[in-house]
Every structure is written in C-alpha cells, then in structure tokens.
Design a protein around this ligand. Sequence first.
Ligand code: PEP
Ligand code: MG
Length: 556
Amino acid sequence: MITISGKTVCTGVAFGPVFVFSREESTIKRHHIESSDDEIARFEIARKKAIEELGMLYDKAISEVGESNAMIFQIHQMMLEDLDYIESIKNIITDQLINAETAVGQTCDNFVQMFKAMDDDYMRERSADVKDVSERLIKILSGKDNGGIVTSEPVIIVADDLAPSETVQFDKSKILAFVTEGGSTNSHTSILARMMNIPAVIGAKGSLKSEFNGKRAIVDGFTGTMYIDPDEETVKKLTKKKQEIEEQTKFLEKLKGCESVTKDGQRIDLFANIGNVLDVGSVLKNDAEGIGLFRSEFLYLESKDYPSEDVQFGAYKEVLSKMVNKRVIIRTLDIGADKQVGYFNMPKEENPAMGIRAIRICLKRPDIFKTQLRALYRASVFGRLAIMFPMIASEWEILKVLEIIDEVKAELDSEGIAYSNHIELGCMIETPAAAVTSDILSKHLDFFSIGTNDLTQYTLAADRQNPDIGDFCDAHHTAVLRLINTVTQNAHKNNTWVGICGELGADLELTEVFLAMGIDELSVTPNAILPIRKKVIETDVSAIKDKVLSKYLIQS
Ligand code: PEP
Ligand code: MG
C-alpha cells in the first residue's frame, strides 16, 4: 500500500480506480504569416467560438453546481473581451507577423507572469484562469477538441492541477474524487469541488505517476490522504467510515427546513460565512438561516484597483436579494496583516498583525471607508442588512465609525438616495481589549460577532499564520472561552446579541458550550450548518449547562 498525504478541500471517502489525468498539452508551432489581417480574422473567429463554448459550459455548470458557481465561466468570457488581452494578441500578430497560436501563447505567458507577481494570493491564483482561457483559444485555433475523461466506470481523478473548465466538463457521474499535486484551497476548482461535494485533496505530492493509472485506491477527504493498493485493514476501516457518512448525510438532509432549536426550546441562528457572491449558492443549499460574515475585503483582493461604489453596490445588492430578507452581515474592509492589497500602498510594517489593518485603515483613510459605507447603505433597501466593523479595540473607534455613518447618511439624504432605517450595526470581537470592555461597547451596538481566529491569536500571543506554533494557538484555551463567555454576558445585559464567526463556531465539541453560554448565532462554513443543527436539536441545555460551563471555564 502506498500512502500519499495532502490537504483536504472537501471531505468524504471514495473508493475506485485511479485515472491519471494528463491533458494533451497544445504544443504551439510558431510560424511566419503573410497577412496580419487574415490572421487577426482567424483569431477573432476562434475568440467568438471560445466565448460560445464558455456560454455552453456556463449552462451546464448552472444545473450541476448552481448559478453563483457557474459564474466563473462568465468571468472567463469577460477575460476574452478584455481589451488589454485582445490588443496584446493583435499587436504581436501585426508586429512580429507570427501565427495567432503563438501570439496567444506569448500574451498568456506575459499575463501569467503579471498575475504571479502580484502580492495577494487571490490574484496570483487568477493566473490559472488566464492559462485556461488561453489554452482554450489555442486548441480552437489549432483545431484540437477539448479533452475530457474517456472512461466507462467512475474514477478517482489525479492531476497536477485542474482548471475550473476542466473540472466542470467532467461527467460528474464518472468522478469519485479529485486529487491534485498542486492547487490551493482558495482556487475556484477547490470551490467547485466543494460545491459538487466530491472528496478532494490538494497538494498530494507524489500522486501524479502514470504507473498508478487504473490501480485501486481510496481517498479519505477527512484526513487528506490517498491510499493506493490499500491493504485489507485500511479498506475495512474506510468502508465503515463511508457507511457512517452515508447514513449521516441521509439523516442531515432531513434537517433541512427544521428549526435550530434545542430540546428545551433554546434557539440559535445558524448562519454561513462567505467570501464572495459566488458562495451564496452553497449557503442556500445547506439551508443556512442567514449570512453571518461576508468578508467584503475579497472584493478588494479581487480587484486591480479600489472597487468603485457601484461595483460594491452591485455585489452587496446581489447577496441581499438572493438571501431574500434573511439577515446578511457584511463586514467592512479587513485588509492588512495576511491580507495585503498592492494598490493600498501600505508601508511595510515590522508586525503587520498588530499594525495598520481593518478598521484602523478605514479610520485613517475615511474616503475609502465612506465609499464602502455608501455602497452598503444604498444596497440596504434590497434585503435585511447588518454591518459589522473588524478589529475594534476601543470605544472611541466605534464612536468615530458612528460619526462617519451619520455623515454618509446625510450625504445620501441630500442626494435623495434611499436606504433602510433598520440596518443593524455591530462589531467583531477579535481583540482581548474589545472582549474585556464589551460592556461599554455593547451600549452603542446591536450585536457582536466574535472572531475567534484573531481573538485566539491576540489572547495567546500566538501568530495564527505560523504553522509551527500548533498547540500554542489553542482556541479551546480557558482564556479564550472565558472571554467569549464574558462578552456574551456583557452583551445580553444591554440587549446586544452575540454571534461567533471564527472557525471555532463550527467546532462540534463546543456546540454545547456555546449553547450553555447563550450565544445567539453561529456563523460557519456552509457545509457545517446541518451537522451543527443536528447537535443543537439533540441538546438539552438545562441538563448540561452547569457541567459544560464548569468543565470549560473553570478547569483548563
Ligand atoms: C476571525 O478573526 O475569527 C474572523 C472571522 O476574521 P478573519 O478570519 O477574516 O480574520
Ligand atoms: Mg479576524
């Protein structure tokens, strides 16, 4: 048995033969052309065909992964309409008198280099989309069909990496799992795998060997492991795991539409975290009761320049409309620390996690903040909007934020632009300072959302980005749990409601603890909603309250 480890992108267990996916690389033959006009015309025909193909892929993806996820193909269509991209290809054809395939290849290389040189991960990952689009053009120009999988039985696909168009073109009934040597958790392919709910492992070094083709294998999406030629014991263990999952999934499906209420009648809202408009499909599919954290900074991370008020308005409006009056909490810009955006031109800091980030940027540069607030207030008439502010440490920051909001509202009033009068305002509790003074902060706000990822790192002085710090960054630490409890009690005294939107919210080991504390909302990755609902429905808070609180808050 060969064991290969990677990083999990989508859980689940799959058994089946390996299919090593080696795409036919389009080898581009460079040659001289006589007429640049004829060659440009040939390029234009190919470009139109590619746009048409992407339209068909979009339709296919809608039925398989939902409208919001299918949007990646519209983005690819937009890339093919991008004037810089088109101009570059045409200029190369005209200036160098070379064939369109070569011109596309050169332009692709230049654009890929440009994306790869960018500071933020998201933009770097977009280089895969440029490659994908260019590869499609080259295949059309050179008369080669798009490849796919030729197999009669369902397979575990092993690849170096997969482009979104390759992922969605596969016949879903033929795919048991994805395993890639490369890839990243934020790539659209990973997102599509999660949406398709197919076990997926990335970064599985050593998996892409032609000798594995056709071998029996098991993919354990929970641990991010692939076993080739598994031994009997492994087969037995994972067969049991697969059966348990199937039973659980069937059971969880039944919980869609059920209320998240404990045996003794305590309600908790189960909301979802999203990074962009595309994620709303999965929110609805998993029956989330609202959106508890829309990380709006992804709009900034995805742009080459500051997203305009209208661009932001469009995104917020779409999310609010799709959620049809369910609460949507949009967090204002949380740039800085690990989320750097080049065009913000932030000075290099010795210690960025404690530097100019999130609300600190917004207060230092109110022009940026006001643009976002205007977009949010304008969008507020399309649904049930709540806004929250990240990285708050002091009361004066909240007071300043409220002052800026008043200015924005006055501007909108003077322009005759409508906005809702029922927008809830809250802040994230991510600093020990905010947690300890939550009694003061709560007087000004409708709600708190506890960001346990940052609250843990700042409470324990343990960098959340440092993979070596491991046990030192323990979100179960009594100090963190005590702070969560303090925040909840302080907030409730002032009728402020409290949610948790950090990763800890999805930790089933703590669901009882959160219920016992009286947390009002948990906002988690969409796939975690139904397992938590199950746990909530099975819990009798009055019976466990004293025991769990003393276990987690008194003893460490
Ligand atoms: C958190 O800190 O827990 C949080 C939800 O914010 P982010 O992970 O985006 O910093
Ligand atoms: Mg945070």
